[in-house]
Ligand binder design. Sequence first.
Ligand code: GDP
Length: 486
Amino acid sequence: ESLSVGELANKLGREPSEIIKKLFLLGVMATINQELDKDAIELICAEYDVEVEEEIRIDVTDLEIYFEDPDSDEDEAESATEAIERPPVVTIMGHVDHGKTTLLDSIRDTKVTQGEAGGITQHIGAYQIESNGKKITFLDTPGHAAFTTMRARGAKVTDLTILVVAADDGVMPQTVEAISHAKAAEVPIIVAVNKMDKPSANPDRVMQELTEHGLVPEAWGGDTIFVPISALKGEGIDQLIEMILLVAEVGELKADPKVRAKGTVIEAQLDRGRGAVATLLVQDGTLHVGDPIVVGNTYGRVRAMINDVGRRVKEVGPSAPVEITGLSNVPQAGDRFVVFKDEKTARQIGETRAGEAIQEQRTEKARVTLDNLFEQMKEGEMKEINLIVKADVQGTVEAMAASLMKIDVEGVNVKIIHTGAGAINESDISLAAASNAIVIGFNVRPDVNAKRAADEEGVDVRLHRVIYKVVEEIESAMKGLLDPEF
Ligand code: GDP
């Protein structure tokens, strides 16, 4: 806890009177038994060139909760006694102009959470609806960029993806990207065949084209759910929601509302009047106003919470999005948060361990490159090498993917997580970063944004103009025979 002047003097090996004098010079009148706050202790210690090292007395479980692998929720769900069903968290993806935003608006307009009607729509990055007493949370930043950025930071927030495909346009490049992103994250996909109101709508073509990408409709013997909709006219929305709830039920999503809250930052910014504002998605437990909280490498106490219809709330349970204030700094989307039992622990962790550990975690997760591939294989860390293959024409893409998949060195196989014709774009890089993949470009280059993102994320991008060289390079890298001057 805190320290008295006498105790501090003792720790510093000085006379209490000396400390009292120093404090006096710093403008603090103190007696020997006076308890000092942290700032005063730090000031005095600075005078003696002593660094304050706070004793960190925390439950190991707190830290484990904080740093646990987001994918390892399973054991926890089993051991937790009070885990009950929680609403699914849904992301909407698809090609530009296929109707993602319209669908998000349409769902929201028709199904505002009961009892919340009349509230003013707040765009806090996510919203919740209710249908037949069941809730669903939608992340309202459409597109896979946000989805994968979060995943690249280790956050797993999405339970289910709605892939919007316009029936008059069919499968387009970003549709394919979205499929790769969802598959890499192992998130189930429901296809919403949109714009069915258009005379030129051709849902059969959409099904046909998606089948080629592994999404086979149930009617054709597959297991992908297709729902025809018109986001604009609000048609088919009920069926879509029904299907979301169905898939969620199969997924047996659980959380324990009785534990201290933890989850992920959906978005955050600095507000002039309110300071750091963050939208959090509570993934387990219940978050209360006043909770001491560590968010990424910042911390604070939840000062106020506002829900998606602009209402002030005192507590929110699993899968609910909520905007909070009270943090000392602005966290980043994808940062994890955890509530601690007291503010002191939260502050200590926020100031020291969390920051460092997060840093460590980030650097630890060294991206795979062709240069360190062999090392990583030797350490037994890799059983599969993820590749993203881009080329100038589709035929080349397929030929290259086929030859790359044949590579097999010491039981480590090559997995192609995404292919496409055209320049290497930002989506390719973020997918690579999130999935620890190497990007291969054949007769194509990264565009400006992709180049910048690759540098930032440390993603290895390999460019080639001769097919056999591509295979040769990957194969020699896997054998540890890569020519260092590559
Ligand atoms: P996004 O880029 O995927 O978010 O697409 P938007 O939601 O912005 O929609 C692109 C355009 O398609 C807009 O002009 C919408 O009004 C239109 N649109 C979206 N859904 C439908 C639909 O179901 N039917 C028709 N006819 N137009 C739609």
